[in-house]
Design a protein around this ligand. Structure first.
Ligand code: FMN
Length: 159
């Protein structure tokens, strides 16, 4: 069953985002695909973080996080932030927004207060109340069938 489950989930296209938080004066970030809109009033999102995630430890303490929705030219950043370690921001262009690390050139940005952390199997679901939101122009980075890609409207797709 596990293989079939993984294969089905691999067939679900997702956006690719980097969740960020400040660990004191040090920025930290983690690549996620398990990110979705949750509520409109109040505006809320959810993100599922592995129990072993270092970012989750910081979010538990700080109760705040940023969501950087990556652009299609940022697959290298997705790979960098999918590694472990405290130096993921080395050489990465970022700035502080609402006291949270924001990456340059993303196609969407959300600053969130973490309203709740809910256990879900081997992950923890962070429920974030959105305190500011900004959209950019680039096309999004997507993840589908274990490959990075982007979204193309059907009218423009070669069929
Ligand atoms: C495309 C992609 C999507 C990922 N999605 C998630 C996710 O939704 N949740 C998660 O906890 N880890 C996800 N990961 C794995 C984390 O990025 C990875 O385990 C990371 O090293 C965790 O770093 P941290 O311990 O500093 O938080 C994903 C990795 C990739 C490449």
């Amino acid at each position: 069953m596990t293989d079939a489950f993984l294969d089905v989930m691999a067939a679900v296209p997702t956006p690719v985002s980097v969740v960020t938080a400040m660990d004191g004066t040090r920025p930290h970030g983690t690549t996620v695909s398990a990110f979705a809109s949750l509520s409109l009033d109040p505006p809320m999102v959810l993100v599922a973080l592995d129990r072993g995630s270092d970012l989750l430890k910081i979010v538990r303490e700080q109760r705040r996080c940023g969501l950087n929705v990556l652009a299609c030219a940022q697959s290298d950043l997705a790979k960098v932030f999918a590694r472990k370690g405290a130096a993921k921001f080395t050489g990465v262009r970022w700035y502080s927004e609402d006291g949270l690390p924001r990456l340059d050139g993303v196609c969407g940005w959300l600053s969130c207060n973490v309203a709740d952390l809910v256990d879900g199997g081997d992950h923890v679901v962070a429920l974030g109340t959105v305190i500011s939101a900004q959209v950019g122009n680039p096309a999004p980075l997507t993840y589908h069938a274990r490959e990075f890609g982007t979204h193309i409207a059907l009218d423009r797709a070669v069929r």
